[in-house]
Design a binder for this molecule. Structure first.
Ligand code: DLL
Length: 426
């Protein structure tokens, strides 16, 4: 099942996007006067948008706007029209809340169903859903999408890994949904208890909600013997379902452009970037009713590719997320994302696919220690020396590598925390 919008001629798609964009703007003007006022202050929004490119002159929205509007100040619908609340998984302070009308929930289920189809799911199959259920959009989002597609859903939620493994072994689902770090945690638990994760017979895994790398994909695919594809999303735009990789090419995530308009900008200047250039993803919701966003700054770094895909879809593809703007750190003048270090750790066969980055400060200089674990029977110290050499070759700066006891680094049950910043903020 491929949806019309995924293979449509791009001019036709642009016409649909433009119509939807203008009705979204009208809805904002009717229901969110403060936001509409900001448009007018920027000299936009008086007349309908005539060309999608005009949007680049529009002001952008940020997480701070959503925080300031807590709890429901940016809801563009009457209270009784709000069927569901969800939130961001941020750990600092108050959550940011978003709302969904019945139509929004139907649209969300449809885009998640399309993501499941992209990764190879078929009606009648079974999904083990180990994304957390609750305010976080992962659990309920995948759940509704899977039901919409006609899958049987096991709502396992996150955590209690021994029970996850029991259910996986007894039910033999076709697909697994969770964060990539949790997928590896599940695989490790199975191995530790004498089981082979490949014997589960998983066909596909739909993994996201945190940055991960090709090396991590290889690790998951090798561990379970299945296809592992990336799914992206954020509550401010809808939740999971904004984009996903197709299992045919695994070469970028197809954005559901009939509902979400995407741009990439230079985060420093705000200038819109060309295909292939890394920058910050900006999304405009074209159809979301309760929590619309116009040019929302995600803080996520990726690039776009408008070339048609091998799978036959014509939708724009975004690259994997390289990291978040606020996850990047600077070591002796070099900008580094945790995922760039992950690639090197996972490429080293003697090390377990877990790591923690610890930033400290000595004599006003930032220092980074990469904490790793050696696999059983491997020479951890030799592996650490080799990793230190490769890190230096790649980034041109020295990083300490510290080998920890097997099983001592924290295992994730949801979004993995990779970076611990112990530098004194003063
Ligand atoms: O993480 C939604 C989601 C659930 C996506 C399940 C995929 C699967 P939030 O909690 O609002 O929503 O967090 C959104 O998570 O801005 C990214 O920084 C990060 N993120 C989400 N998907 C990916 C991904 C969900 N595939 C924030 N790769 C986003 C990298 C991701 N980062």
């Amino acid at each position: 099942m491929v949806f019309w919008a995924e293979t449509v001629d791009r001019h036709e798609l642009a016409a649909v996007q433009l119509t939807r964009l203008n009705s979204q703007i009208e809805r904002v003007k009717r229901n969110l006067p403060a936001l509409a006022h900001r448009f007018l202050e920027h000299g936009v929004g008086q007349k309908p948008v005539a060309d999608l490119e005009e949007l680049s002159a529009w002001p952008m929205m940020t997480k701070a706007d959503l925080r300031a509007a807590y709890p429901m100040g940016l809801f563009g619908a009457a209270r009784h029209e709000v069927a569901r609340l969800q939130g961001s998984s941020g750990t600092r302070g108050k959550p940011t809340l978003v709302g969904y009308s019945q139509d929004d929930l139907a649209m969300w289920a449809e885009v998640v169903a399309r993501c499941l189809t992209l990764v190879g799911a078929e009606r009648g199959q079974m999904l083990h859903n180990a994304y957390g259920y609750g305010l976080f959009t992962g659990g309920l989002g995948l759940h509704a999408g899977a039901e919409h597609l006609g899958l049987t859903v096991m709502p396992a939620s996150g955590g209690v890994t021994s029970r996850q493994c029991l259910l996986l072994e007894d039910l033999r689902p076709d697909g697994l949904a969770c964060t990539p770090s949790y997928a590896l945690n599940i695989a490790e638990h199975l191995v530790e208890t004498g089981k082979d994760p490949r014997h589960l017979g998983l066909k596909w895994a739909i993994l996201g909600a945190e940055p991960w790398t090709e090396e991590m994909r290889r690790e998951v695919e090798r561990a379970f013997g299945c296809d592992a594809c990336d799914i992206y999303g954020l509550s401010e735009v809808i939740g999971p379902g904004v984009a996903a990789e197709c299992h045919e090419a695994k070469d970028g995530l197809h954005v559901h452009e009939d509902h979400f308009l995407v741009e990439v900008i230079d985060p420093a200047t705000g200038q819109v970037l060309e295909d292939g250039e890394d920058g910050e993803l900006i999304f405009t919701t074209l159809t979301r009713q309760v929590s619309p966003v116009i040019r929302y700054r995600t803080g996520d770094i990726a690039s776009l590719n408008h070339e048609p895909c091998r799978c036959g879809r014509t939708t724009v593809r975004m690259s994997r997320i390289k990291g978040r703007v606020d996850d990047m750190f600077v070591l002796r003048g070099v900008n580094i994302f945790p995922s760039e270090i992950e690639r090197l750790v996972l490429a080293q066969g003697q090390l377990a696919p877990v790591y923690l980055l610890r930033l400290t400060k000595r004599a006003a200089m930032s220092e980074l220690t990469v904490e790793v674990e050696a696999l059983a029977g491997q020479d951890g110290e030799a592996a650490a020396r080799e990793l230190g050499r490769r890190l230096h070759d790649t980034f041109g700066v020295r990083m300490a590598v510290s080998v920890k006891d097997p099983g001592s680094l924290p295992r994730s049950e949801g979004k993995a925390k990779r970076l611990i910043d112990e530098r004194d903020p003063s």
